[in-house]
Design a protein around this ligand. Structure first.
Ligand code: AMP
Ligand code: ZN
Ligand code: FE
Ligand code: FE
Length: 287
């Protein structure tokens, strides 16, 4: 039997990719993938159109979301897999987080003005569309308008976490983030731990309810992959992986460049079922 693979970390233009959900699904099919997860930042709007498009192929769409928590000034990206993405309370929470993202663009453009760079915030919103606006959009406008020679430079010089025009996002703690995903019946997974670079946080995240770790990622060299495989075994975490494709937003289409055996999907499904089963037993938490 043909081996099946999944890319479990993909963005659409509903957050900061340049690709529509339909383009993502078509590309995933062309790459021969059996399953993909749509994991936009703070947004679920890409899920329904992906499912719709995937009906013409035998491609499975795993509903996901990538949320950002903050701890000691570090960004902890946590992906929720198999979330109940239709939950009304979650839509309200995401709307709140996205409003904070819009305000943050105004704050960052004001800071840029203080260092002599005029960016019209509307240009950033034009680029992002109605979904989730973020720094990659702002970095793209900075680059497009000739203020930097690359998108990477926009982050390094101006809006990277330690750069002068950076403004923090909506504040969520790791515990709030993990609980939110669990309450959606989803599986919380630590995204790209190498980018986070704080292995000392993993044990605590596991105590807080983390169930998996993204071992395979575009920014994980093979030595790093082995390192996080060890961490997964050490803490009994599920192993996931994906390309974190942002379309041309990061200079190349990565869909399928990083993939995991379909077993990872089966493991996530089993874990999601166990989480939902447990929720039913706790009064007031079942949907
Ligand atoms: P935000 O959620 O608005 O803070 O934006 C974070 C997103 O910006 C990440 O998910 C990446 O897509 C992107 N990003 C962060 N740092 C860089 C970088 N140095 N180069 C390119 N993209 C980056
Ligand atoms: Zn992104
Ligand atoms: Fe991320
Ligand atoms: Fe991502």
């Amino acid at each position: 039997m043909k081996k099946r693979y999944a890319d479990l970390h993909i963005h659409t233009y509903h957050s900061d990719s340049t690709l529509s959900p339909e383009e993502v699904v078509d590309l995933a099919y062309e790459k021969g993938l059996s399953a993909i997860s749509i994991t936009d930042h703070d947004c679920i709007d890409g899920i329904a159109p992906s499912i719709e498009r995937a009906q013409k192929y035998s491609l499975e769409i795993i509903p996901g979301v990538e949320l950002t928590a903050e701890q000691d000034e570090f960004e902890v990206h946590i992906i929720g897999y198999f979330i109940d993405w239709k939950a009304g309370w979650f839509a309200e929470k995401l709307a709140e987080i996205r409003t904070a993202r819009v305000n943050r663009i105004y704050e960052m453009t004001a800071k840029l003005k203080n260092v002599g760079i005029e960016i019209d915030p509307e240009k950033v919103f034009e680029l992002s569309g109605p979904g989730s606006v973020g720094r990659l959009h702002l970095a793209t406008v900075l680059y497009n308008e000739g203020h930097t020679s690359s998108i990477g430079e926009a982050f390094r010089k101006y809006i990277g976490n330690k750069s002068p025009c950076y403004v923090k996002r909506f504040k969520l703690t790791p515990q709030e983030t993990i609980d939110m995903i669990l309450n959606l019946g989803g599986v919380p997974v630590l995204a790209h731990p190498h980018i986070l670079g704080r292995d000392d946080l993993i044990a605590d995240l596991v105590k807080k309810g983390l169930r998996g770790i993204e071992v395979y990622h575009t920014d994980h060299p093979s030595k790093i992959t082995l390192h996080y495989e060890d961490k997964a075994f050490e803490y009994g975490l599920l192993i996931t992986g994906g390309s974190d494709c942002h379309g041309m937003g990061k200079g190349g289409i990565f869909i399928g460049k990083v993939k995991v055996p379909y077993k990872a999907v089966e493991d996530l499904k089993r874990e999601a079922a166990a989480i939902r089963q447990k929720m039913k037993k706790i009064p007031g938490t079942a949907e």
